[in-house]
Write a protein that binds this ligand. Structure first.
Ligand code: URA
Length: 215
């Protein structure tokens, strides 16, 4: 895997050409950010929607507005964090991305993470969560950091879009982002009882880690 990039822009331009995602032929453009986060926080969502597809930037629609609102509650702006997706192109009709689509963007996302070296990866929704912690369920895992063998903690949250019409989830997301802030303020390290047993990691997760560490 190519990894000697001098900027995120260069990295994205390389993978926008060198990827096999079938959505590429129907999407307007790939969706990504090009500035590494000063906070070290990387959010990973599911897949771009209509607004993202048109603008080429992640989370610029209504879910993005709510994400900005959440960040504001802990004193951050979008410029302080980095946002990505499991899939770089919009699936038609906003359907969920397929395994094949996620797999074809896997190396691209790994390369981004390797370049950025995040302090924490915040997964937004199920697709991003199982990408890193395959057996986890967002309903039980949200708001709790998980160990990952790359040594980057994974902090699961619900997807902001799920909360748009659900006041209870809005409250949960606000609580969870506060927990994220507390976690980072306390050094961003996991307590021993939060460590995930290595045997819980699937073969695929181990391959990801190998990718992240050895690319
Ligand atoms: N939802 C996502 O998962 N990603 C985006 O970029 C926008 C909405």
């Amino acid at each position: 895997m190519k990894s000697d990039f001098s900027s995120l822009k260069e990295l994205h331009e390389y993978y926008a050409i060198n990827n096999s995602c079938k959505l590429r032929t129907i999407a307007t453009q790939p969706v990504y950010e090009i500035v590494p986060p000063s906070s070290g926080i990387v959010f990973i969502g599911e897949a771009p929607g209509r607004n993202e597809d048109l603008q080429g930037k992640p989370f610029v629609g209504s879910a993005g507005k709510f994400l900005n609102e959440l960040l504001d509650t802990i004193g951050y702006t979008r410029e302080d964090v980095y946002v990505s997706n499991t899939v770089k192109y919009r699936p038609p009709e906003n359907r969920e991305p397929t395994d094949e689509e996620k797999d074809s963007c896997r190396v691209w996302l790994n390369a981004e993470l390797l370049f950025i070296k995040p302090k924490v990866i915040v997964t937004l929704g199920r697709h991003a969560l199982v990408r890193f912690v395959p057996k986890a369920n967002v309903t039980t895992a949200h708001g709790t950091p998980f160990e990952h063998p790359s040594n980057i903690p994974i902090f699961p949250m619900y997807h902001p879009a799920a909360a748009l019409y659900n006041p209870n989830l809005r409250v949960t997301l606000k609580e969870d982002i506060k927990k994220l802030k507390d976690f980072l303020d306390n050094g961003g390290k996991l307590q021993e009882n939060k460590f995930q047993d290595d045997s819980n990691f699937s073969k695929k997760a181990k391959e990801d880690i190998k990718d992240i560490l050895e690319m």
